[in-house]
Design a protein around this ligand. Structure first.
Ligand SMILES: [Zn+2]
Ligand SMILES: [Zn+2]
Length: 503
């Protein structure tokens, strides 16, 4: 029984449903046809949350990731060179890297994605589709699909409502002459020899092996892998979940053709990055997961996804709201189970507020020793050096890419000329601050600023502005007590003194 006052986390709700039918294999799969973005990442993080929730209940579970690198290149994406036109129709694993830096087109996008998984503390067993096909793991499934072609075509028509062409085949041969799969037509097959005969639009014809000479079409490939890997749970995007879509057809093909129950489905919604537009690998409008990790600490990125139910659309604003998200994570203000499921081994919550890091990084301006000094001046523990430097890098990239202009500042080396416009009371206040600031902590300075303003009858907001003008030449700045505490105290005193002297 669950306490009615407590909302059970969605991953636990799913784990609860599954706990008596284990052991479980949770499968994820992404086609590495372009930069892997934060939207794709939702699939793997959703799977990982359920995986962890199952393990927490003592249920035996595996997490697997299948790279669909044997899929063909569908078109010339905007991020590809014009010369890649000739590769359209070829399997991604068989196309060269677009920039010549690695083994294949597929690896070019797959490898950084796998690295990001590691950063995010996700450790699936990784399988590459091309390797599995070439090793013959799909041979039985291919034979079954070819011999029951008519039954599959009937299911596809019944479920999707679309006519299946007379020459349709569940298998796509790779033309031995031109390397394409979208131009070939299956004309026969031999189950004993495990071969398929084809004709290609390029004019050639031939016979390929069921071991790597081609692949099953997506709608058959997906259910075919369920019994191969004994998949019992699978998250997928809502595009596959439409009525008559590939999960619906896959479910019937799995049950009626392969005699295997379809996995428990977890449908997830898209992530929309504000100011960037809807993310689709195919348009090139993406923020890659790597770019996101430059700015967002990995456990916070996990939290962004895991705290939301998979069916909930996520609207993520990487500008100012990112700071709130990081603080919510660090200060443990949010959903405690989501926080737990987002943690990456070892690291407890980080106790320096991200907002303060934004101040400290702008004061130290790339000087790491000074950064540590600045943090110590404002009273923070700096023993977790590696994390501090990681977060400093996050903040620098954030300032560069997403920060609104009003959070950016620069401490002026010389007394800004704008101090000439300060009123006599404001000047007097700055002089009093200079005298009393000695050895005060950030919080004490904060109170002092309010106290001085009150004593002199100045509007506190105006007095804050006077301070920012004296140091930044601007009317706004970071939280005043913590800002002043972060700076060298002698510098603060002399600057306040200078600003207090009438011109
Ligand atoms: Zn490459
Ligand atoms: Zn051909």
């Amino acid at each position: 029984m669950t306490d009615p006052g407590i909302t059970v986390h969605w991953a636990d709700v799913i784990a609860q449903k599954l706990e008596n039918s284990g052991p479980h294999t949770i499968a994820t799969g992404i086609t590495p046809s372009g930069p892997v973005h934060i939207g794709n990442m939702r699939e793997v993080m959703t799977a990982d949350a359920v995986y962890r929730a199952l393990l927490d209940r003592g249920v035996e579970a595996r997490l697997i990731y299948i790279a669909d690198n044997f899929d063909r290149l569908r078109r010339l994406y905007p991020f590809l060179p014009e010369s890649f036109k000739e590769h359209i129709g070829k399997p991604l694993s068989e196309i060269p890297c677009p920039t010549g830096c690695c083994g294949s087109y597929a690896d070019h996008y797959l490898v950084p994605f796998l690295e990001s998984l590691e950063t995010l503390g996700i450790k699936p067993e990784v399988y590459r589709a091309d390797v599995m096909y070439k090793e013959g793991k799909f041979v039985e499934a291919i034979k079954t699909a070819l011999s029951r072609r008519d039954d599959i075509a009937r299911i596809l028509k019944e479920v999707s409502g679309r006519d299946v062409p007379l020459d349709w085949s569940p298998f796509q041969a790779i033309c031995e002459c031109c390397g394409r799969t979208n131009t070939t037509k299956v004309v026969g097959f031999n189950p004993e020899n495990e071969t398929v005969d084809y004709e290609c639009q390029c004019g050639s014809k031939g016979t390929v092996s069921m071991c790597g000479g081609g692949k099953l079409v997506w709608r058959v490939d997906w259910p075919a892998r369920w019994p191969i890997f004994k998949v019992t749970v699978e998250p997928f995007g809502k595009d596959h979940a439409t009525a008559g879509g590939s999960y619906d057809t896959g479910k019937r093909i799995s049950e009626e053709i392969y005699g295997y129950p379809a996995p428990f489905p977890i449908v997830y919604e898209w992530i929309h990055l504000k100011g960037v537009g809807a993310m689709h690998s195919s348009t090139g409008i993406v923020v890659t997961i790597k770019e996101m990790l430059d700015v967002v600490p990995p456990e916070v990125l996990r939290y962004l996804i895991i705290r939301n139910k998979p069916e909930k659309h996520i609207e993520f604003d990487p500008a100012l709201p990112l700071l709130n998200l990081v603080d919510e994570y660090d200060q443990r203000k949010g959903d405690s189970r989501a926080l737990e499921l987002s943690a990456i081994s070892g690291s407890g919550p980080f106790d320096i507020p991200f907002r303060h890091m934004v101040t400290a990084v702008q004061i130290s301006r790339g000087d790491r020793d000074l950064l540590i000094k600045v943090l110590q001046r404002s009273g923070y523990d700096t023993s977790r050096m590696e994390e501090i430097l990681g977060r400093a890098t996050n903040v620098e990239k954030w300032l560069d890419k997403y920060a609104p202009s009003f959070v950016k500042f620069q401490v002026q080396e010389k007394l800004p000329t704008a101090v000439n416009n300060l009123s006599p009371e404001e000047r007097k206040g700055l002089g009093i601050l200079a005298e009393r600031i000695e050895s005060k902590t950030a919080a004490e300075i904060h109170d002092l600023v309010y106290g001085v303003a009150k004593d002199l009858g100045i509007d506190s907001k105006k007095f804050f502005q006077a301070i920012y003008i004296a140091f930044l030449g601007d009317r706004q700045g970071p939280k005043v007590g913590w800002f002043l505490a972060s700076l060298d105290r002698d510098f603060v005193k002399s600057r306040l003194m200078q600003a207090s002297i009438p011109k």
